[in-house]
Design a protein around this ligand. Sequence first.
Ligand code: G6P
Length: 498
Amino acid sequence: MARGGARFIVVSNRLPFAFRRGVDGAWQADPGSGGLVTALLPVLRDRGGTWIGWPGAPGPAREFASALSTAGAKAGYALAAVPLDEAEVRGFYLGFSNEIVWPLFHDLPSLCNFDPSYWKTYTEVNRKYAKVVAPHAERNDFVWVHDYHLMSVGSELRRAGCKARLAFFLHIPFPGPDIFMKLPWRKSLLESLLQYDLVGFQTVRDRRNFVACVQAVLPDAGVEGRGSTLTVAVEGRRVRVGSFPISIDYNAFMRAADSPPVAEKARELHRLLPQRKLVLGIDRLDYTKGIALRLRAFELLLERHPDVRGKLSLLQVVVPSREEVPQYRAMKLEIEQLVGRINGAFARPGGWVPIWYEYRSLSRLELLAYYRAADIALVTPLKDGMNLVAKEYCACSIEEDCILILSEFAGAAEQLGRGALLVNPYDVEGVAGALRTAHAMPQEERVARMRAMRRAIRRNDVFDWVDGFLRAAISRDLGDFPAPQTARGAAELPEVPF
Ligand code: G6P
């Protein structure tokens, strides 16, 4: 039951539900994936909250109304849809968000398609989100907007006269000025972000990059303070800027990995790999994940070190994603060719196969069993806001006798860098070397490293992340909004990890 007072409004590109048509043709909503919803649930329920977003399927708002109210009643908070038509999905989601911001913010400007029509649609669609949010957001309410699709929702709300407290969290990295300055709409975008009261980033590096970009593009902005949260003074307003590394529901992952069906499935995998170590890669299909370079590193290891042949197998899972964007389709082909080439060179009939490749979504049971069974996790994104696979792998490694090889360009390296073997994902010799080191590492060292990482994640789980963000948002002049509260481990794990 909602308490009186300020309301809590969450805005994200997608609603945390998957919509599908039932037998009668009407939409039905199944609870979606993600630690974010688990962590926000207690606050949403307590404050009579609302989650606003795109249903991810075509159709006008009225078609989703019944599914939304049924799903909202079950979930304990309200849902509101922002329907998008085909042209909006093309220009806003596939276009500006995924052909401009995504590659640019991951330091890959050569992959950007700076089509001016994308910016126009992005602004219009952000205004559309703001129009749905505005009636829910009164002076004392708190609006938390998520991720790169919605950077201009705050300024559109302000333009419409909204007085609510507005906060934004960017789940992906923020680039340094050399890269950001290439964006034709850099000034408008920064001015939009500075309409929020609090802007949060994953890492100290992202926050530093943002402040450097503000100083380069808006020379009149002043930056004050030290420590984890800074203040940017601009046009008489003060905007707080901080870093808040996102995490996972550590206890829920650990408990689920400890269940008998997961243990049995993990044992089954080992039975298929007698005397071999299992190296695991799990990624959404995305060029930022460094999958092709990782395969090349594995190939190099096998070429240069015949002694490891037959002793390591790589299980690479690629979860389908954004296949409408041309680069994603091209990348899928490249991965398939590389897997074919490597297996063609090294596999023997009836014997060892170097790479097991799966292109599909995993069930929760499979995911947990893969995590639990893997001796080495190979997490080598070229750049990543955080990378929760790395944290989930550690949480599920209940025997603690395993190794994480982690890209130094993943946000998670800031917290796990002392336990993981850190690598530069572009350095295929270095990654091959790390695999060899991992293969030969003594058990005592493996356990000590994994234990340290598990401790770090346990001490800063996703509930601490929500608390930390809300505490930063409500401190000082932001009044009485919701006392952060945790419900650690109270919710079920999501069915699908991505
Ligand atoms: C990244 C983004 C999320 C996004 C997810 C899946 O993790 O930060 O905002 O939801 O990828 O991508 P999709 O395009 O399918 O929503």
